[in-house]
Design a protein around this ligand. Structure first.
Ligand code: S3P
Length: 171
């Protein structure tokens, strides 16, 4: 089976995904890494040199090949399910389950503020309050996509707590 993880930046996709894959003894795949390897550039560099629209087009064009890899745990980028026909492409996967890592705005604001350097969408924001305000609006725009995942789990706790919930859900 393919387990496809949705969630906002810092919701834990790339942190918990590999742990889940290890427990299930399956491979882990990360869309941002797939794009970086194919474009020979980091996601931040792509945003800086080519802009967000270029990134979204690349993300969309790599998505089918990314999802064609063997069964395992797949982490998408935070925006992947929310643009163009990406959600349809994801939902059309056979033998796949989508899981949304649901984290509160306050928690995301805090996590993102401390990890904003690698996040081009918020890197320019100066305070935690500004990051939290941005997240509040942005997450609201994305929720209708995230909520179309097959499962939604509360991912506000520690990575271990989230992993335990995921294993229960999938077991
Ligand atoms: C983005 C999230 C990032 C990356 C890009 C855009 C987004 O991935 O794809 O910076 O629009 O939410 P992570 O969610 O893994 O940080």
């Amino acid at each position: 089976m393919k387990i496809i993880i949705f969630g906002y930046m810092t919701s834990g996709k790339s942190l918990i995904g590999p742990k889940l894959a290890q427990k299930l003894e399956v491979p882990f795949y990360d869309l941002d890494q797939f794009i970086e390897a194919n474009e020979n550039m980091s996601v931040s560099e792509i945003f800086q040199t080519k802009g967000e629209l270029y990134f979204r087009k690349k993300e969309h064009s790599y998505l089918p090949a990314f999802l064609q890899q063997p069964d395992g745990v797949y982490a998408l980028g935070g925006g992947t399910p929310c643009y163009g026909s990406n959600l349809d492409i994801i939902k059309a996967q056979e033998n796949a389950k989508t899981v949304y890592l649901n984290v509160s705005v306050a928690q995301l604001g805090q996590r993102l503020f401390h990890n904003k350097a690698e996040r081009p969408l918020v890197a320019h924001l100066g305070t935690q309050a500004a990051v939290t305000e941005f997240v509040g609006k942005h997450l609201f725009e994305r929720l209708s996509y995230y909520n179309q995942a097959d499962y939604s789990i509360n991912a506000n706790g520690t990575p271990e707590e989230t992993l335990t919930q995921l294993l229960k859900l999938l077991g």
